[in-house]
Design a protein around this ligand. Sequence first.
Ligand code: PEP
Ligand code: CO
Length: 468
Amino acid sequence: MNESWRQRTVAQNVNYPDEEQLNSVVDQLKTLPGLVSHVEIERLREQLAKAADGKAFLLQCGDCAELFSYCNPAQIEAKLKLMLIMSLVIIYGARMPVVRVGRIAGQYAKPRSKPTEIVDTPEGKREVLSFRGDNVNGIALDERQPDPQRLLLAYFYSAATLNYIRSTLASGFADLHAPHLWSFQHVRSERLQAEFERIADAITDSLDFIRTVGADPTGDSNVLNTVDYFTSHEGLMLEYESALTRETPAGVYDLSAHTVWLGDRTRQLDGAHVEFVRGIRNPIGIKVGPSMEPMELVAVLDRVNPTYEKGRVVLISRYGAAKIEALLPGHIRAVNSSPHAGTVVWCCDPMHGNTIQSETHAGLKTRLFSNIVTELVAALRIHAAEGSRLGGVHLELTGDVGVTECMGGSMQLSDSDLARNYQSHCDPRLNYEQSLDIAFILSEVIRAQRLGRTDDASAVLINALGHE
Ligand code: PEP
Ligand code: CO
């Protein structure tokens, strides 16, 4: 099963000039230990099954294209801290556990709309291969030829990143007894500062109360001292994914990450990517864009999850603010009239359908905060109206301070601000404050829904858009 994908068409295929070199890299990858364990993967499946039941909420986020150079303590910690704070804010509003899944420790490969691009060089315009992510080729113009050694580098950078995440969490980074220590100093918005203070105070107060009545939560359990944290990436490079797939007594697992997803460009029913994920027990994300027909969605689910296991599939919808109203209800109804009803986690990716070109900076891609919020809030509302539920959110963000890639949010970035600190080589990410804005909005809307206050949910949206 693990190799049957080779008989299918591989969308977004990478052509390596030297096949022997590729085979030698794949052989080495096959001997290396998995980056995650099948026990952890099963734990994620259980938590996602809860999300499918509306008893947990998935927070999946990180870079669009992670780079090898992001593997340093400062950038890893920044992303981890941001996700911890966001998850706390969501837990507070939703009163549900949050399942944290980073687009990290392996999110190195990118699908591209065009295999080549035209670039300006001192000698004039030149056509070069597109950058496909650090595990395929380099951004520098003289590194655009795919190099299989990069697959091996990707493994070791993933291992180093994951090791740092694990040791940081094991050392008390996520200790809930001191949420105030998750420094908020560089957040410029006083409103965000005050809102987080309020939540941190409430948590400290509740823990005090529990201790006072004699139910000391610190006891033997470490539930308050650390958290589960899972990794994910797009399962694009099948040579890499299959080389890290292992047969265990519990089944076949891709041990490159806890979960991988199929991109909107690699989810063809008869394609190699669907064939590959069919054979592994990891939870699988499937991007659902405007071109997905409702019955095609059910056919993909039949292929990937023929036994209707809960927590196996996360449907990551990404239509764009202008299209979600017309498309999401049809997809929900198709799934709900099939045996897959109730088994999937519906996750909203409000990023990938909302990418536009900057008006003032030629060649820069951006996203409007208002479109991101509008799609997210619409997803919450539509699911509720269809008797379904939104079980998660999928975001592209960075923990690095002062990045200017998306417009709007409480920092009110405009098109002319974009060039100030635009770092991404791929899609525009939410910066630190915009990510917190999203977490607070999400938290408030879920809270309003939970309490049956639909008017409050609309008010949150109007208020959020008022910041533009
Ligand atoms: C992505 O998640 O970075 C991506 C390329 O998304 P999509 O496949 O939905 O376009
Ligand atoms: Co992206």
